[in-house]
Design a binder for this molecule. Structure first.
Ligand SMILES: [Fe+2]
Length: 375
């Protein structure tokens, strides 16, 4: 049953609508006039008029429900606007509506027996519904293991390209994670890699990481995942001062070799304009010397130690062995990944990786869901 407008009232600076489910929406006159459908191009749906093109004190002289339930407004300068009720409801900015529109990730702990969600390669490749399920898992839970991967080096990239084009970095469009001579990155050794986010040294770290396991014969090398949002929420609960410091104090990160020197400075825990968790940026291997005001040095180390202790707590870690023919996919700006040390003399270990950014993942979810066709 579509929602209808059951009452409307012109107030001093807004119109109040009451909906058939009881919710009330206040739409300010200036907001309505700015969003008059006539202010947009009829085909591109992009704006043509800007905020200087109308009097900000303009107000309606009349508001009326039309026979199809939409609302038409006559303004005091004679202009008329007709607003579709579905559009108004989608763009309601009341407190409850704004809360509903906020992303609600499903955070998770780890511990013995906890495993990442799993899907099959064919389910994702063969239907759009399968691709959408996969992307919704990545959006909400931040990780997924894809099984049944073809034994081909390009299979992971082909699956990633179901979403969109790949994100290139200084490591290339794709990269191979093996222990090799003269490594320029700890990933290219056989060392343990504590949980981290990739490329924390960039203004925009890659969004989604794909790691396709082609060979997994070396003893050791088990995968580790930690939900950085879960860890951040635990820190906020246990140590609010440390949480505040890590959301406000920038850390310097740097990658450099003979060809590159890429640096960025940002907090470990990133919040959005509403104060909600936006990203985790933590990579100990790339962490540069701390560069903050002297009185913040000791508290910042204490805060970082408190957060890293949560990240390292086994009850927050997923531990599993990624086998040949499986691909680990995770939200690199939320979920930290790592691996145990492995013995390169005991067998081969080879992962093939690539990235896709969050914009492209979210866009694909909206397009598959038909949201892109809504005004
Ligand atoms: Fe990594």
């Amino acid at each position: 049953m579509p929602l209808t407008i059951t009452a409307h009232e012109i107030l001093d600076d807004a119109i109040r609508l009451t909906w058939s489910d009881g919710r009330e929406s206040l739409f300010h006159h200036v907001w309505l006039r700015d969003n008059c459908p006539d202010s947009r191009h009829r085909e591109t749906w992009e704006r043509i008029d800007d905020v200087l093109s109308f009097d900000p004190e303009t107000r309606p002289t009349e508001a009326a429900l039309s026979s199809n339930g939409d609302i038409s407004i006559t303004w005091n300068d004679g202009h008329r606007s007709c607003f579709a009720r579905d559009w108004l409801r989608r763009h309601c900015y009341s407190e409850p509506a704004r809360l509903e529109h906020r992303p609600m990730p499903t955070t998770w702990a780890g511990g013995p027996g906890a495993t990442p969600p799993r899907l099959t390669h064919d389910a994702i490749m063969e239907t759009d519904a399968g691709l959408l399920s996969f992307l919704e898992i990545l959006r909400d839970q931040g990780c997924c293991v894809v099984s049944g991967m073809p034994d081909e080096r390009k299979a992971g990239e082909a699956l990633a390209q179901r979403i969109a084009y790949l994100r290139e970095t200084n490591f290339g469009v794709d990269f191979t994670v093996v222990s090799k001579p003269n490594p320029n990155n700890n990933a290219y050794t056989a060392l343990e890699l504590p949980a981290h986010t990739d490329l924390a040294n960039r203004e925009m770290p890659p969004g989604v990481q794909f790691l396709h396991c082609l060979v997994s014969d070396a003893p050791g090398g088990e995968s580790i995942l930690v939900d950085g949002f879960h860890a951040a929420l635990l820190l906020r609960e246990e140590n609010p001062d440390a949480f505040d410091l890590l959301t406000s104090t920038p850390f310097d990160y740097r990658f450099h070799d003979t060809e590159w020197d890429v640096r960025w400075r940002a907090p470990v825990i990133g919040l959005d304009a509403d104060g909600a968790l936006r990203e985790i940026r933590y990579n100990n291997a790339l962490r540069a010397p701390l560069n903050v005001a002297p009185d913040l040095v000791k508290p910042t180390y204490q805060a970082l130690r408190a957060f890293v202790a949560i990240l390292r707590d086994p009850s927050n870690e997923l531990h599993f062995r990624l086998g040949a023919g499986e691909m680990l996919v995770f939200h690199n700006r939320r979920v930290l990944h790592g691996r145990a040390a492995f013995d390169p003399n005991g067998g081969a270990r080879e992962l093939h990786g690539c990235y896709v950014d969050i914009d492209e993942m979210m866009s694909r979810i909206r397009v598959l869901g038909g949201d892109n066709l809504l005004a």
